[in-house]
Design a protein around this ligand. Sequence first.
Ligand SMILES: Cc1cc2nc3c(=O)[nH]c(=O)nc-3n(C[C@H](O)[C@H](O)[C@H](O)COP(=O)(O)O)c2cc1C
Ligand code: SF4
Length: 505
Amino acid sequence: MRIYIAQDSAAVSVGADALAAAVTRAAPEATLVRTGARGLYWLEPMLEVESAGARLAFGPLAPDEAAGVLAAVRAGDAARHPRHVGTMDALLAQQGQQRITFARCGVIAPTDWDDFVAHGGGAGLRAARAMAPQAVVDAVKASGLRGRGGAGFPAGIKWQTVKDAASGTKVVVCNADEGDSGTFADRMLMEGDPLTLLEGMAIAAHAVGATRGYIYLRSEYPDARRTLLAALSVARAHGLLGGETGLDIELRIGAGAYIAGEETSLLESLEGKRGQVRAKPPLPAVSGFLGRPTLVNNVMTLATVPAILARGAARYAELGIGRSRGTITLQLSGNVKRPGLYELPFGATLRHLIEGLGGGSSSGRPVRAVQVGGPLGAYLADAQLDTPIGYEEIAQARGMLGHGGVVVFDDSVDMAEQARFAMEFCDAESCGKCTPCRVGSVRAQEVIDRIIAGEQRDANLQLLRELCDTMIHGSLCAHGGMAPFPVLSALDLFPEDFETARSAP
Ligand SMILES: Cc1cc2nc3c(=O)[nH]c(=O)nc-3n(C[C@H](O)[C@H](O)[C@H](O)COP(=O)(O)O)c2cc1C
Ligand code: SF4
């Protein structure tokens, strides 16, 4: 009997280790495989049992339910068990998920090379190494892949810039800082299928001519750190890195600053300096790490490249809408019944994600606001939930897709408090280099406090809008430049929360 239980940190946080221990006690003869998570977090802790070639899933399970589940499987009675949820493949297909970036996550043992290869790992790199670098860049362009770190910049164009830069030494940097609230896709991938990320980096290095690679990982991800270190050794042992490949990758750990996720600030930190934003130009693609042409891409961007090379760019580009091609790994959290990772082709609506797949609010109260794209993303109201998920489509609804985090709030949310929080966050995480962000975010909190207290409301509301305008147009980077968006969306869509003394202390 083969049993699979996630060792992903979110699954462990709700009891996956205790479930694994109970399974070992109940079935000492079974082979227990610890995997990454499937991303269906409302079912965790969950186990899958191999039976007649299928993997039957059960969850959420308390440790003392493990023996009963295994007895039901042995008796051929699995389907009647109250915690049986069918097979993961069927469940994901029923949800309309198309696991391309996450094809192996939750399926394989994360750093088991044979398991990785048996499930198609390495095929993208083999294809890429048989191609000329320019052909690889062309394939990435043809796939329509856009950077998943936030800005949605076309990956192929950035790769071309680095490839064309005249310099002997080029660098590939994976941005694994994942600081946005409500996001966890990078972590899941690094804990569940880290070899795919390394494969993507190796393909990128081949395409742009880089010989050095760095993964910049946030310090709050100790489990990802362990898995990545193990994966780096495995990758070197099997010729994915090191030796004749002429490429090695080093793991570097950040010191806990949100702004270090901004690519130039990340490069400063990687160089051992304080993580402050650099003025652009020059772009990192031209002059980045230690002045060398540097390709900075998000974990999701790089981890999607192997599938594109293995399956063909056209197949990836077939999915999606408008200029948003392929799939997007949406991370649904907050006040929602079925939080988790949903990899869907671009084009599904936010309503389908939140109500159809997410099951609406976990409190049972009406959903009132949704924040898409992290702490700098605008809030959306019910009227905007029919927006199809795509970079331009969400932008037209005055939102931002960002890294794909979707945080749900019910009608007990106080949007004036949320607006204040956006500025508090901007202030706490500002790198301090420019005045509109460093000082503006503090002043904005004071103004919002006065509005909440009912002091000269109209004058202060106007002042707040002027301050937001100054931050949008005067900030050096998107941290200060976007922090006003959640505030303005709260003012525009939920003005009643600023009119009553609802938030007054
Ligand atoms: C304040 C701020 C924080 C950011 N944080 C992250 C982050 O945590 N992870 C990330 O990949 N990109 C982050 N970005 C975007 C990066 O600057 C950069 O665009 C990205 O790493 C490029 O990779 P991509 O093209 O693959 O998206 C952030 C940007 C800003 C302005
Ligand atoms: S906007 Fe804020 S985070 Fe960005 S450079 Fe200016 S002070 Fe630094």
